[in-house]
Design a protein around this ligand. Structure first.
Ligand SMILES: [Mg+2]
Length: 409
């Protein structure tokens, strides 16, 4: 069997969902943020035997599509069974571009995922069965909530873990959710590691959050600030999580090797593929770190890949998933993926067990793919100074959001 062709499918997913923005306007309005739209990129690896594999790349999809097309000639004529060797070939081919970060690994991720899909179809078995078999039949998911009402509605659907996003009033939001729902939900906080948030800020936030028994505190500062993570880890008693912006074993290595986090969150569409995810999980396992892949920005093919991966590892914590973000999430794939009792069932069809509906992709052509900074959409800067001092203008405004917070008893 030889690889004959690589096809890409880039689509505009739409504006962010209303639920992504705080009801009190503290994160701007949905209308103001509409330009910060999202793309999904799917790839299809076509073989000369008629079997094809599907994959998905994240990490800046419009740019990654160019990378995929550039790498395609390295795969044409190759045996799709040689997954590790082909990944090495692509990785080494990109050396001249500098470190292979999320764009390069994003391209490899989708292609590699498609090779696993082909292998599973050829062998007539699900991908998880090729990764050592199943540890579990279903994967727990968590979703996003900023208010007790949203958390309650998720709980009514069986989702028992919710994440509060952003710095603004994070302590107050967590306190309100914990007060309303008690121990019926696990709560996490994602500070999104903005460059203007200092380790001292994160420690202050963390101490205020300690009484609420968080499952983890995610990206308390920019994730490449290793020394900052050490300070935070040593001064607050909350498990830390990070890793969504990193790729491959080398990208996640500092977080794992120095045990800076308790949970790693590789992104299935840009971590470098299922093999890289398995290696990252093994490194993490050796340090008693669990795995909860980032999936908030991903499309549904990468979610399928995450299910196969998570089914096969011992240290799976759960999977991030916003089910109600864009309706096309459920339209662009066959079969659609819906949670039951807060879990996604591990697929048992050969390969990844999913394909895309190309007509749905074609109906949503990509037009733009760079987010307007939240600071700009929220107007949280002084006019005329934004471009020179975006981080610090943001900080001036936003530290006010949490410095006045008083944790409730
Ligand atoms: Mg995050």
């Amino acid at each position: 069997m030889k690889i004959q062709e690589i096809r890409t499918y880039l689509m505009q997913v739409g504006a962010p969902p209303l639920s992504a923005w705080a009801a009190d306007g503290s994160f701007g309005s949905h209308e103001a943020a509409a330009p910060s739209s999202r793309n999904w990129l799917f790839v299809r690896v076509v073989t000369d035997q008629g079997i094809t594999g599907i994959g998905e790349c994240s990490g800046w999809p419009r740019v990654v599509e160019t990378a995929v097309k550039d790498l395609a000639h390295l795969l044409i004529g190759e045996d799709p069974a040689d997954i590790e060797r082909l990944c090495q070939k692509m990785h080494i081919a990109m050396m001249g571009h500098g470190l292979t970060s999320v764009v390069g690994w994003g391209a490899i991720s989708g292609l590699e995922m498609a090779l696993w899909d082909i292998k599973g179809k050829v062998l007539g078995t699900p991908v998880w069965n090729l990764l050592g078999g199943k540890v579990r039949d279903r994967i727990r998911i968590y979703s996003h909530a900023g208010t007790p009402a949203v958390a309650q509605s998720l709980l009514a659907r069986g989702i028992t873990a919710v994440k509060v996003g952003g710095v603004a009033q994070a302590v107050a939001k967590v306190a309100a959710i914990r007060e309303a729902l008690g121990s019926r939900v696990d709560i996490m906080v994602d500070l999104h590691g903005p460059p203007w948030l200092t380790p001292s800020d994160a420690i202050r936030m963390g101490r205020a959050l300690e009484p609420y028994d968080l499952l983890f505190l995610e990206d308390p500062i920019a994730p490449d600030n290793v020394e900052g993570y050490k300070r935070i880890r040593d001064q607050i008693a909350i498990p830390l999580a990070a890793g969504e912006r990193m790729a491959a074993i080398w990208g996640l290595r500092p977080l794992i090797e120095h045990e800076l986090v308790d949970v790693v969150q590789p992104d299935t569409g840009r971590a470098g593929g299922i093999l890289q995810l398995r290696k990252i999980a093994a490194m993490a396992e050796a340090h008693y770190i669990s795995v909860a892949p980032h999936s908030g920005s991903l499309g549904p093919v990468a979610e399928y890949a995450a299910l196969h991966f998570l089914a096969s590892i011992p240290n799976c914590l759960m999977l991030e998933r916003i089910e109600d973000d864009w309706p096309v999430r459920h339209q662009v794939i066959v079969p659609a993926l819906h949670s039951v009792d807060g879990h996604l069932a591990v697929p048992d069809r050969p390969g990844l067990g999913v394909d895309i509906d190309e007509a749905v992709v074609a109906a949503h052509p990509s037009t733009f793919n760079v987010a307007v900074p939240i600071a700009e959409s929220a107007g949280s800067y002084e006019p005329g100074t934004f471009r020179e001092h975006v981080y610090y203008q943001s900080r001036l405004r936003r530290t006010g959001w949490f410095s006045v917070e008083k944790p409730k008893p």
